[in-house]
Design a binder for this molecule. Structure first.
Ligand code: Q9C
Ligand code: ZN
Length: 340
């Protein structure tokens, strides 16, 4: 399979507030390095991304948020310190239409959903390179009518139009879906297989009927992102019926995930989707340090089989997955049915 990858991700490894302590994030550069090494060994064909299309970025993210992300680190250094990561500490809790503060400390709360990630010197460059991979993979799929994989890091599915969080800054999967839409596919599906609910993707497309969002994830009553991902969230206005959440209980195994995937594929077919983005998190793996699901490496091949059989134009975008040792084998197992 064609794999889009970049070294720019190495510029980003940021601290996170984890259960009351500031620690270097679980979302580490070794994740992408392991995936790259494994996919090289399995003989996948690597390609470099094209330049990021800022018009595309602007169709998914708010202009003021993009300006904030691009300048946050320098503003933080000027106002606070270059020795500490830029992160939120106050949020407009419960206030729906809070006015945006002018100060960088206030804006970090305004533009984020939590303190589980932060901004460091290389964050914007790494996030924009990651977005370029998703865009380039979508362009490849359109041009060649073959599937492609974007080795995105940092991940994207928790980032909304104007908020970062959950290790995500730019929503790579949403950008790939928007690119497919702009290339002429009338309706695109995003199937999100990450252990965590894809709240950012859901929010970006919630009022739209041209992008069907389906997410299979741990029940938000027990897991991050806590406040999104319930089955009752079905979309707004014209988008009603085009958002589908399939939460699973803590400890769910391959059979439960496979059954939910059957429902996801049914929804995709009923909606008449012409192209597919798979938000591939492998934090559903049995030994994942953040997850509780029990999938094995073989299960990823079985999960991908009915998705590959759809034979739709398909972009696979890397999201989470924190068991660094086996992460490459898990991704390779998922990709294998698409090469058959
Ligand atoms: N210190 C993705 O999988 N933080 N994001 C959990 C652990 C939230 C996961 C706290 C997990 C975010 C893309
Ligand atoms: Zn995740």
């Amino acid at each position: 399979m064609r794999v889009f990858a970049s070294d720019q991700h190495r510029l980003h490894h940021a601290p996170e507030l984890h259960l009351g302590r500031l620690e270097l994030s679980t979302e580490c550069p070794q994740r992408a390095e392991q995936i790259r090494e494994a996919l090289e060994q399995y003989g996948h064909q690597f390609a470099a991304p094209d330049a990021l299309d800022h018009d595309l970025l602007g169709r998914v993210h708010a202009a003021d948020y993009l300006e904030f992300l691009a300048t946050a680190w320098t503003r933080w250094c000027d106002a606070v310190s270059a020795d500490a990561p830029a992160m939120g500490i106050f949020w407009p809790a419960g206030q729906r239409d809070a006015l945006r503060p002018d100060n960088i400390v206030g804006q970090l709360g305004y533009y984020s959903l939590g303190a589980d990630c932060s901004i460091v010197a290389g964050t914007w460059l790494a996030a924009s390179a990651s977005a370029a991979l998703a865009q380039s993979a979508a362009d490849f799929v359109v041009a060649e009518q073959k599937p492609a994989y974007a080795l995105c890091r940092p991940p994207g599915h928790h980032a909304s139009a104007s908020q970062f969080g959950g290790y995500c800054y730019l929503n790579n999967s949403a950008l790939a879906a928007q690119r497919l839409r702009d290339s002429g596919y009338a309706r695109v599906a995003i199937i999100d297989l990450d252990y965590h609910h894809g709240n950012g993707t859901q929010s970006i497309f919630f009022a739209r009927d041209d992008v069907l969002c389906v997410s299979i994830h741990a029940d938000p009553r027990d897991e991050f992102p806590w406040f999104w991902g319930h089955a009752s969230e079905r979309g707004d206005g014209a988008g009603h019926g085009y958002n589908l959440n399939l939460p699973l209980p803590t400890g769910a195994g391959a059979e439960q995930v496979q059954a939910a995937l059957g429902s996801a594929i049914g929804a995709l077919q009923r909606a008449g989707c012409e192209a597919l983005v798979i938000a591939l998190g492998v934090d559903t793996y049995v030994d994942d340090p953040l997850g509780t699901f029990t999938l094995t490496t073989d299960d990823y091949r079985h999960l991908a089989t009915p998705l590959a059989a759809l034979a739709l134009p398909t972009v696979i975008v890397q999201e989470g997955g924190y068991a660094v040792g086996p992460i490459g084998d898990n991704v390779a197992a998922f990709l294998s049915p698409f090469d058959a």
